[in-house]
Ligand binder design. Structure first.
Ligand code: ATP
Length: 241
């Protein structure tokens, strides 16, 4: 399978605290990669780094073999990033939010937007202000972009937050379908993923011993091609074992 995204010897410090270092991985078409680990270990930071939103890091990130810094425009065209917060404007309706998002990337027709909102179960809510919607519905507005942006690479930070059980199952299926069709997904979640596709995992903030026992417990996980050389545990003071 063709390689979509790779990271080589990635390292990141925040406020003089080392979050991770010597982190390397390879994501191929068809892969789903979960970034796991306890709160504060750098999962969101890593995703933002991979999405090109955090320029201050060490190492190299390549998209289809080309360093993303050489052609950031090409990389952005191939990426759909949905962050930790829904990132919607509360005074706008779901339809207006999506029209605004799409105008930045790939303008969508009203029909396409209504289809996307229907897929996330927001039919009937297209034209109400988002401040009248629930937290889970806010997240659904953000996730509707998955049906509008045909990017091969999806980077999703906590996509299941506030989503009900049925919705979680549907999104899991959507991720698996995207991978089966040749896309790639990198996500963080504290949710216990149940995917028909194989899952790769990078665990941040765990000692080697902890990390190995985690993977033994989840023996279905395929960690091939994922290496966090010299893994360590970060504590609140930023020291490591
Ligand atoms: N803008 C920032 N400036 C300084 N430090 C930051 C900044 N953003 C995050 N950090 C620090 O980096 C560390 C990692 O944060 P990050 O949000 O990546 O963790 P996380 O693993 O995603 O956590 P969680 O599971 O709670 O979402 C935290 O200690 C946080 O305080």
């Amino acid at each position: 399978m063709q390689e979509l995204l790779s990271g080589q010897n990635l390292a990141c410090e925040r406020d003089d605290r080392l979050l991770f270092s010597e982190l390397s991985f390879s994501l191929s078409c068809g892969d789903v990669l979960q970034i796991a680990g306890p709160n504060g270990t750098g999962k969101t930071t890593l995703l933002r780094m991979l999405a090109g939103l955090l320029p201050d890091y060490e190492g190299e990130i390549c998209f289809k073999g080309q360093p993303v810094l050489e052609d950031p425009e090409r990389f952005r065209e191939n990426l759909l990033y949905i962050g930790h917060h829904p990132g919607i404007k509360l005074n706008l309706t779901p339809e207006e939010n999506l029209r605004w998002y799409q105008a930045l990337y790939r303008p969508a027709s009203a029909e396409q937007i209504h289809y996307a909102l229907a897929r996330v179960k927001l039919t009937g809510y297209e034209d109400v202000p988002c401040y009248t919607l629930s937290a889970g519905q806010h997240r659904r507005v953000a996730l509707a972009r998955l049906f509008l942006h045909p990017a091969p690479l999806w980077i999703l930070d906590e996509p299941f937050t506030a989503i009900d059980q049925g919705g979680v199952k549907e999104i899991e299926q959507l991720l698996a379908d995207h991978a089966r069709q040749g896309g790639g997904v990198i996500l963080t979640t504290h949710h216990n993923l149940s995917l028909p596709a194989e899952l790769k995992v990078i665990t941040l903030g765990q000692s080697r011993q902890q990390k190995e026992s985690f993977h033994e417990k989840d023996s279905q996980l395929n960690t091939e091609q994922v290496t966090e050389q010299d893994p360590f545990t970060v504590d609140q003071r930023g020291e490591h074992d």
